[in-house]
Design a protein. Structure first.
Length: 554
């Protein structure tokens, strides 16, 4: 019994000693851990601790996790998050320059509205990653820790983060300053780019061309859509590179420049895509313009194309500056707004002409091909631009008239006339008998009624004046033709018929003369023709003319 008690007592003492030993080991481990904790008194020392313990030849992520404000998160997760955070820095191409990190324990950020005990590494690329002072230690803030997984997926999208664990298993031997797995990955990406380029080129040059030819859009496809498709293929390749290259974990000095190039290349290619799409849109609008009667729409299409291209270039440049070169465009836009006021004051006439062109396209006082008159302006409209309108004069010279002046001027648009007036005075000699003049006027009216391009409901043809050397017949008619050349053609046809009528009836046209009367000799005939006194003879001649020239029968 005593032996049993002694054994139980010894066993109890042994168990207690084991517990004390275990507690001692835990305390020693804790003290060792506390002694190994890095100096987190300044942003500089915290940053140094984080990156130094995650180097390839000094990989202690559990020590790097000390720099994270885990806020109740398990230490194992802290180790994993510290590795991911470093991968985020490398994937974003952010260079950490130790000389620029503050070494003040009471450092405050003064760039915000209020001064805070925080330090940003890169406010533009990683605005959610910053150090925060808690007590006497600087750590990555709890907000930063909560964003690490999301930032990691954003930096390595579409499951490429898995390659970060798979590729290093290929090999860690160094060649040309890179690991063997990095060289293998680089070779694979280059091969993928070439294959993608071949497939996309085949798709664009063969498949798309086939469909364009099949649907009878070969010219539009080859001239307008194929250039867009080729730039889209380049954009897809740039997108592939921006997704896969971060996985290689290239030296940050090299990768930081590649990040800038890729980020600039993508908005640049997008700008080119939309720039070329403007041509496709312009072709569509040009087809719509051909379906309208107005020719001013045909001038509006190239102006719209130029405006959209300028708009695309401006917006694309802003995106390149902001997303590619990581520049703050707010001061730039503010400077433009302030400078815009000065430019507007200095370019009042240009702005006036611009709005004048807008009013021309809205009101449509004329269209291309119209003959307009206003003061010194007299000619045919050839082109309407944003600043000026080009007018071809009848001397074959070209007038460039500011649109602001045209918008304010009183215009006489001869091109909008429904009827074109033709007025002339037909002078016949004084020796022409009244009966002949009467038949001549009847013939003139029949000529007007028979012509296809004359206005039939209103015209005036009368014997209305006795001038100094002639008897005058007013010839006042209208042509129903759209253009001046057609009016000249109609005039020509009418005048030819008038001359034929005069020759048929024996009517002589007068011109300014002086007549010397001399005594007639019996053996000489006078120059004045002898007209028959019977009206029936004139009516017979008019009837013969109408049936022969105009195809009319009594």
């Amino acid at each position: 019994m005593k032996l049993r008690k002694i054994i139980l007592s010894l066993s109890f003492l042994f168990l207690i000693s084991l517990q004390l030993h275990a507690q001692l080991i835990r305390d020693n481990a804790a003290s060792i851990s506390d002694s190994n904790r890095a100096n987190l008194s300044t942003p500089y020392h915290t940053t140094l601790t984080f990156f130094h313990n995650l180097e390839d030849n000094n990989f202690f992520p559990e020590k790097a996790a000390f720099t994270l404000n885990l806020n109740g998160i398990d230490e194992a997760d802290g180790t994993r998050l510290s590795i991911k955070l470093k991968q985020v820095f490398e994937g974003q191409g952010i260079i950490i320059r130790a000389s620029q990190i503050p070494r003040l324990a009471n450092y405050q950020d003064t760039t915000g509205l209020i001064n805070e005990d925080i330090y940003y590494f890169d406010k533009d690329k990683l605005p959610g990653v910053f150090l925060e002072k808690r007590g006497s230690e600087w750590k990555f803030s709890a907000f930063t820790v909560s964003q690490i997984d999301e930032l990691h997926k954003k930096t390595y999208p579409y499951g490429t983060d898995r390659l970060l664990n798979l590729l290093p298993k290929i090999g860690n031997d160094r060649y040309l300053g890179l690991y063997s797995w990095q060289l293998f990955g680089l070779f694979f990406i280059i091969l993928l780019v070439f294959v993608s380029h071949f497939l996309l080129t085949f798709l664009v040059d063969r498949v798309l061309v086939y469909f364009f030819r099949k649907f009878n859009y070969q010219q539009i496809g080859e001239n307008y859509l194929l250039p867009v498709a080729k730039v889209v293929s380049y954009f897809i390749i740039a997108q592939i590179l921006s997704i896969l290259l971060p996985v290689l974990q290239l030296p940050v000095e090299i990768w930081s420049w590649m990040v800038v190039i890729l980020r600039t290349l993508k908005p640049l290619l997008l700008t080119l895509i939309f720039y070329k799409l403007v041509n496709v849109l312009a072709v569509y609008f040009a087809r719509l313009a051909t379906k309208t009667e107005s020719t001013l729409d045909d001038q509006l299409v190239p102006l719209l194309r130029k405006t959209l291209k300028a708009f695309v270039i401006i917006i694309g440049t802003l995106f390149i500056l902001r997303d590619g070169l990581n520049l703050d465009i707010i001061p730039f836009l503010t400077g433009l707004s302030i400078g815009g006021v000065a430019i507007a004051l200095a370019a009042q006439d240009t702005i006036k002409n611009f709005f004048g062109s807008i009013m021309i396209f809205i009101d449509k006082p004329f269209q291309v091909g119209d003959w307009i008159t206003s003061g010194e302006i007299d000619g045919t409209v050839e082109e309407v631009g944003f600043r000026s309108t080009r007018i071809r004069t009848f001397r074959n010279s070209v007038m460039y008239v500011p649109n602001g002046k045209i918008a304010d001027a009183i215009l006489d648009n001869h091109g909008l006339r429904k009827y074109r007036r033709f007025y002339s005075t037909l002078t016949v000699t004084y020796d022409t008998p009244p009966q002949l003049i009467d038949e001549f006027v009847k013939g003139l009216k029949e000529i007007v009624l028979a012509h296809p391009d004359t206005r039939k409901d209103y015209f005036n043809i009368y014997f209305n004046n006795l001038s100094a050397y002639s008897q005058d017949v007013m010839f006042y008619i209208f042509f129903e033709v759209p253009t001046w050349p057609e009016e000249l053609r109609a005039r020509h046809e009418i005048l030819i018929q008038i001359v034929k009528l005069a020759n048929s009836l024996g009517v002589r046209f007068a011109f300014p003369t002086q007549t010397l009367h001399m005594e007639s000799f019996p053996e000489k005939k006078g120059l004045v023709p002898v007209y028959p006194s019977d009206n029936a003879d004139y009516q017979r001649k008019l009837s013969d003319f109408l049936s022969k020239e105009l195809g009319k029968k009594d």
